[in-house]
Design a protein. Sequence first.
Length: 85
Amino acid sequence: MRITVNRDLCVGSGNCVMNVPEVFDQDDEDGLVRLHVVEPPEDLYEPVEVAAQMCPVGAIEIAPDDGAADGTTHVTPEAATHVTT
C-alpha cells in the first residue's frame, strides 16, 4: 500500500489523524494533513483504509504496493472504499 494526500483538497477535519496517528498528522501552521509514512506496515492497512473512507473531501489516495506504474484504486467518497484526490 502506498498513500498520497492532496493538501489542496484537505480541509483539516483530522479524521485521518484520529484513526491512524502513526501515519497521518496535521500541520501546526494550517492544520492540513501531513504523512508520517507513505508505505505503512500491513497491520495498518485497514485503519488507513478507514481513514481514507472518513475523509470528507477525498484527500487521501491509496494505491496497491504491486509495483504497477499506476495501480491506484479510484472510488468516489460516496462509495467509500478508497477515495481519490
